[in-house]
Design a protein. Structure first.
Length: 183
């Protein structure tokens, strides 16, 4: 696990999981939202964004969180592991509403400066309809990536996320123990 891509609806916990996974593995974490959005929620033009993603993907190691469908194929081709967070829509919506209240009028730490958190009905609708409108096409892409040798992990509950992190910790600890054990 050297290049890890995290995808899923807003509020699923991609950023939190990326940060936790980075802490465990030591891999650098890339939050695409922080790079894509400019001050005032202005998006990076496509002709500028694609080379940025290409450069990010060419790094030897990373944990990258974010959707950005226009570059999903590029990122899937570059990663060795994909984590899809497919949590229940009600949970994602609750998390986004809680986040909106927590950071109201301020930029989150994982966002670009001057992109204050705000209530966005269109974003909430995107989350509410994600499983029906976006997930089927993403699952087809993930199945193709799996066929090409990419490790695809689908996490559907917070407990599954915690078990995944525990497994990664255990693997890290086993490798570290093996490296220092006398032979």
């Amino acid at each position: 696990m050297h290049r890890v891509l995290l995808v899923g609806p807003g509020g699923a916990g991609k950023t939190t999981l990326a940060r936790q996974l980075g802490d465990i593995t030591g891999l650098p974490v890339v939050h695409l939202d922080a790079l894509y959005w400019r001050a005032g929620w202005v998006s990076t033009p496509k002709d500028e964004w694609e080379p940025i993603v290409e450069r990010l993907c060419s790094a030897p190691t990373w944990i990258m969180d974010g959707n950005f469908g226009g570059t999903i194929d590029q990122r899937l081709a570059a990663c060795d592991t994909v984590l899809l967070l497919d949590l229940a829509p009600w949970r994602c919506l609750w998390r986004v509403l809680t986040r909106t209240v927590r950071y109201a009028g301020r930029s989150r730490p994982d966002m670009a400066p001057d992109c204050p958190e705000r209530f966005d009905a269109a974003f909430l609708w995107w989350i509410a309809t994600y499983r029906r409108k976006k997930l089927p096409a993403l699952l087809a892409r993930l199945e193709a990536a799996r066929g090409a040798g990419t490790n695809v992990v689908i996490l559907r509950t917070p407990d599954e996320v915690e078990r995944f992190l525990a497994d990664v910790r255990a693997t890290r600890d086993a490798v570290a123990t093996a490296a220092v054990s006398p032979r």
